[in-house]
Design a protein around this ligand. Structure first.
Ligand SMILES: [Cu+2]
Length: 182
């Protein structure tokens, strides 16, 4: 190394390369974390539930943990609803578009809009949802990257469904099916 320096050639020693790489990694990780907590809708949620349902950072896919009928599944109750994350958009679609709930359980739908289009989320008896019937539980004006929640108890006979009734969205296919299990 000294010999190289004496010749006037600057050679970065291997340990320095490693140090720089580690530093870059730390900085990028910190930046990434800041991005997630700063812009992600999940930054607004409680930390414990944040990653519990799985990550959707990789795209529009949503994992919501165990479903009804799976070993270890815990049904939501009025006192402790099961949180199901739903992504509205981009485009005129929900992800997931089929959601399984246990008969009688109480679910809090946490709906996040991806993309610039403002969406709504209505859930209830399928015929009421299809008809956009007034009085059917709904959250509206869910803007880009915003998250709104709606809690619903599936204690009727079904069938149940969910949909977005922003102008033209339902007609464009922005709807989903609730599957009652049990
Ligand atoms: Cu919509």
């Amino acid at each position: 190394m000294n010999e190289e320096r004496s010749r006037g050639v600057f050679v970065v020693p291997p340990w320095a390369v490693l140090l720089i790489a580690v530093a870059a990694l730390v900085v990028s990780t910190a930046a990434l974390t800041a991005t997630f907590t700063g812009r992600s809708p999940f930054g607004m949620m409680s930390g414990g539930a944040m990653m519990g349902g799985g990550s959707m950072m990789g795209g529009s896919s949503v994992t919501n943990g165990l479903g009804p009928g799976e070993s270890g599944f815990v049904s939501g109750t009025a006192a402790s609803p099961r949180v199901i994350r739903v992504i509205a958009g981009p485009g005129y679609a929900f992800s997931p578009s089929t959601i399984a709930v246990a008969r009688g359980e109480t679910v809090t739908f946490s709906v996040t809009t991806m993309g610039p289009t403002v969406h709504e989320f209505m859930v209830g008896p399928a015929d009421a949802v299809a008809a956009d019937q007034p009085g059917t539980p709904e959250i509206a004006d869910i803007g880009m990257m915003a998250t709104k929640s709606l809690t619903f108890t599936f204690d009727g006979p079904g069938p149940y469904a969910f949909a977005c009734h922003a102008d033209g969205h339902y007609e464009a296919g922005m709807r989903g099916v609730i599957t009652l299990v049990g």
